[in-house]
Design a protein around this ligand. Sequence first.
Ligand code: DC
Length: 218
Amino acid sequence: MADQSNLVVAIDGPAASGKGTLARRLADILNLRYLDTGSLYRATGLSVIRAGGDLKSEQDAVKAAENLDLSTFSAEELRSEEAGVAASHVAFLPSVRAVLLDFQRSVAANPGADFSGAILDGRDIGTVVCRDADAKIFVTAALEVRIKRRLEELKGRGETVIEARVRDDMTARDQRDRDRSVSPLKKADDAWELDTSGMNADEALAEALGHIRGTGPQ
Ligand code: DC
């Protein structure tokens, strides 16, 4: 069980559902250490590409996960579509997930003395990484809404975007995330679902805070 002085919040959901923005803002307000677990898979995928390896090779991907150094990647590199697609390939491999699991659990258990707890976002936080989390939120949004958000995000970063490509990548990634046998994207039975389709970031934040304050240990 989680230590009552250490609030653990699990946020899961598909790509561009709004979970990252929500988790970051909740972390600020509740003084929680934030871990974007997708960035671990993104960095692993990019490391394989950098080393000239094969994204489908378990050996190449495990080696990359074991030697992961997040500081060698810029935020832009990690958020690129290339990184997202590479991540969803390596995330498919059970041995890669096992390597990254220990690190994620250690952050949740020991967020650091300056924090009141930890908030992790990903695909399997409520179902696997932090099964005993104090609050679990499963963030969703309609596919069309998520495609629109991702297009705006990429345009905002000055990337050239082709809508059909973003649509195809997101649909394929959703399918890989949901259909894989190990840690598929899935709402935990005890998670609360927040559909952000018709909400802006402020509205989603208010809903989530209300939920955590109503069910959390504070
Ligand atoms: O949330 P994101 O777009 O940064 O995630 C990138 C990929 O990493 C996504 O396709 C699924 C994978 N992932 C995962 O399998 N488990 C997690 N806890 C986080 C991300």
